[in-house]
Each structure stands twice: as C-alpha cells, then as structure tokens.
Write a protein that binds this ligand. Structure first.
Ligand code: GSH
Length: 281
C-alpha cells in the first residue's frame, strides 16, 4: 500500500493492524445489506458501540465548524492519516462544505474492508445512497460541488492536467518514500535523500512549468483557487516535512502555496490540523 504520508503519526500500515470490529450501520443500503450477512444480528450491540466510536473519530477540525449548507450529505471514510484522504479534506475545507470526517481506526479496518467496493479507502458516501471510490475521483467530485474545479471546460482541462501531474508525483512518493516512513530500514536516510535530490526536482519543475503556463495571480489554473492548487499544496506539505527548504529553487511554487493559503477556510483548517498534530506529538 502506498498512502504517501510523511508525518510520522500518519505512517502506520493499516493492513497490519488486527482485531476487527463492525462499523457498518451507516453505510449506504447497497453495501450495508451485504454487510449484514452473518454478523449483524449477533453483533448489533458491538455495531452500535463501534458506530459510536466511529462518530467519536470524527475530526473536529473539519466537521464541527458548520459550513456552507449543501443539498448533499457527505461522509468521508479514511484512516486517521493524511495520505490519499487529505486532498479530499482540503477540498471540503477550502470549499467550506460540511461533511463527516470518519477516521477509521485500524482495528475496524479488516471488517470494513470487505464492505468497501474496492476494499480500499478513501471512500465517500453521498446521501447514504452511493459510495464513490478512488481518491482523485472523489476530490474532483467534491471540487465540482465546491466550485473549485475550474470555471469552464478549458480551465477544467487544465486543472485535470495539473491533477494528473500531481498524481504521478504523489504515486512516486508513496511507492519510494512511503515504505521507509512506515517501517524504516537502514537505508531510510539514503532513500529519502535520493528521492529529494533525484526524483522531486524534475517533478517540482513540471508543476512550476504548469503554474507558469496555466495560472496567474499565484494560482496554478486561472486566477482563483482550484483543486489543482490543493493537490500541489498537499504534496509539498509532505516534502517540506522532509526538507524545509525544498521550495527555495521554485519561486512560482512558493507563490502558489501563499496564494492557496489565502483562502480563509483552508487556512483555518490548516491551523487546526497543525494544532491537532502538536497535541498528538
Ligand atoms: N487508487 C486508490 C488507492 C487507495 C489505497 O491505496 N488505499 C489504501 C490507503 S492509502 C488502503 O485502503 N489500504 C488498505 C488496504 O488496502 O487494505 C485511491 O487513490 O483511492
């Protein structure tokens, strides 16, 4: 698995965590019907308990500030990691959309895994009616809901181009650095340094190139915030954690980060995230 979190709190391997518990009650019907099978009747009480736990997992940084009212009801299921779920949280935050941030505990995962369409997280439950899978598809969907997907078809295409470029970079990070962050080997330092010195620069250069060609006012596409800026922000957060000076050779990416952080709702989410991490460390 490649989750791509560089924060040390965020790098435990979910599939290595034992002790399944049931957490199925508020899954959409198509899934919860399958979920019931043998365990539901015996474990109704346990299920209620874990539902309660699941609700307790909800991250106060993104759900307790009641935000923009949306006709839709969203529940994001992901581990208590940044990884592949964080971009979606950033889109919800920047778009000021209220959602339930269900942070799945590792011990809940083995059972929940069977109920997820692809056996992976993140997933997004919409109106308890259907479940979306694939982090980038979910991020794009929420971005459309939030008005952060680009203003017309040309901007949307440019946003897509930046997102695909980010995804290639994110996947490299998750594959090459991710395992070292989860279970460090003796080669950890060398592998991380090699990534920062030999893989990151060409990818940062590609992103800077796109910001230059497609964006203005610091944004990567058009002249206002889109999900493309948020993915760049997310990736660079991971890199800055490993090397605080990584952006020094990329002035446009620095500007882009500042422009992105000029969104008040996003800034308040980032601040709360920082405080939460401080409290945990
Ligand atoms: N392409 C998928 C990959 C999802 C993925 O790898 N999810 C990992 C967490 S980052 C997962 O669910 N791992 C647990 C498992 O596979 O059992 C996406 O972008 O959503």
């Amino acid at each position: 698995m490649g989750c791509g979190s560089s924060n040390p709190q965020n790098v435990v391997e979910p599939s290595k965590q034992p002790v399944p518990t049931e957490n199925t009650e508020n899954l959409p019907k198509a899934i919860s019907t399958r979920s019931v099978r043998s365990t539901k009747s015996q474990n109704a009480a346990a299920s209620r308990t874990s539902l309660k736990q699941s609700v307790e997992n909800v991250n106060p940084t993104s759900s307790s500030n009641l935000r923009q009212s949306s006709p839709n009801n969203f529940k994001l299921n992901y581990f208590d990691l940044t990884g592949r779920g964080e971009l979606i949280r950033l889109v919800f935050a920047a778009g000021n959309i209220n959602y339930e941030d269900n942070r799945v505990k590792f011990e809940q995962w083995p059972e929940l895994k069977e109920l997820m369409p692809l056996g992976q997280l993140p997933t997004l439950q919409v109106n308890d009616e259907f479940v979306l899978v694939q982090s980038l598809s979910i991020a794009r969907f929420v971005a459309k809901e939030a008005g952060l997907a680009g203003r017309d078809s040309v901007e949307m295409a440019k946003v897509d181009a930046v997102l695909e470029t980010c995804k290639e970079f994110f996947d490299l990070f998750a594959q090459q650095v991710g395992p070292q962050l989860r279970n460090a080997t003796d080669e950890k330092e060398e592998i991380v340094r090699d990534f920062l010195d030999n893989v990151a620069p060409s990818n940062l250069q590609k992103l800077q190139q796109l910001v230059e060609q497609y964006g203005s006012e610091g944004f990567s596409v058009g002249e206002q915030l889109t999900v493309a800026d948020l993915f760049i922000h997310d990736i660079i957060t991971n890199l800055i954690f490993l090397d605080a000076f990584i952006l020094d050779p990329y002035p446009l990416l620095k500007q882009n980060r500042n422009a992105t952080e000029s969104n008040d709702s996003l800034r308040s989410y980032l601040e709360q995230r920082k405080q939460l991490n401080r409290r945990r460390s």
